[in-house]
Design a protein around this ligand. Sequence first.
Ligand SMILES: *Cc1c(COP(=O)(O)O)cnc(C)c1O
Length: 373
Amino acid sequence: MNDKPIPVTSPLLPPLTEFIPYLEQIWNSRFLTNGGDMHQELEQALCKHLGVKHIALFANGTLALVTALQALRITGEVITSPYSFVATAHSLLWNGIKPVFVDIDPTTLNLDPEKIEAAITPQTTAIMPVHCYGNPCDTAAIERIADTYNLKVIYDAAHAFGVQDEGGSVLRHGDLSVLSFHATKVFNTFEGGAIICPDEKTYRRIGHLKNFGFVNETTVVAPGINGKMNEVSAAFGLLQLRYIDQALTRRRQIDLLYRQHLSGIPGLHCLPPRDVPARANCAYFPVLVEPNFPIGRDDLYQLMRRHGIHVRRYFYPLISDFPMYRGLPSAAPANLPVARSIADKVLCLPIFPDLDDAAVVNVCAVIEGACGA
Ligand SMILES: *Cc1c(COP(=O)(O)O)cnc(C)c1O
């Protein structure tokens, strides 16, 4: 038994004293939101850090997803993954768009490109894939399909802060990518999010859409939302950026430690590691509890909770099982066998920069104990 419960995640929190000067600057400026100095600085710092052209900051990732769809004037049907956080599909409903669920690849747990084409109809206007757990989608295959059928691609990159592929940041792919800076994510601004966009014109349009549609003091060009990030959140992002590299290094160490301790356990499957560890962000540590594991996934979930280890079943239930989606033809279980099977087996283990080796070993010992029982 642990004295203190171990959460599945815990925010990266730099020393409080280092935040005070930022707050003093905000107090002195009396500028609390609406694109102040902190907001401008964080956009620039993130562009540099992530190696992308333009970043528009948001109050949260969900508003960024909703706005990304509006920025590209997406309508009709959008192909997306049922194996994600519910906000992915909610952003479509908020725009009156019909989600079309396509099954996932059993290895990457991302949209299976081979199944996308069959789901395309004359109403399809876009694909919204998810870099699930920060593992990159098959961006080349998705781009080929999008080009062939003239579809837009908006990546839900909520998990993909700092993730790279052979060519650089994964955030460069598609027409737009959307990040979340929620407290539970790799990089956080308490609540926050961003749209990554390749060109200045789209960046400006997004700027209007996140500010009620204002282009100047008296002109409103669209029914825009209030999606702006405030100065305190932006300042926190700036401070945190100074610690993000060491946080990612620690996450990779924990990932490796789990793999070393869990690799020999029959019936417990870790997702394959990235070829180049430095390109991964190790945002999550999902394991699959297979039928030959001595106890069921939900029994292991309960057992670990009793030991004070707050593992989570991300992503269970599937989005397509929630009441507002389950009536859709594409939500039919026969259409999504892989996603369903993974949702019934997955367990996300604790991973966050402050987690020490002893805690990781303890988590693994509880899992091993379930085998001996
Ligand atoms: C966290 C998350 C979101 C929503 O982001 P918020 O900042 O919490 O609004 C969207 N999609 C995925 C895949 C997420 O994990």
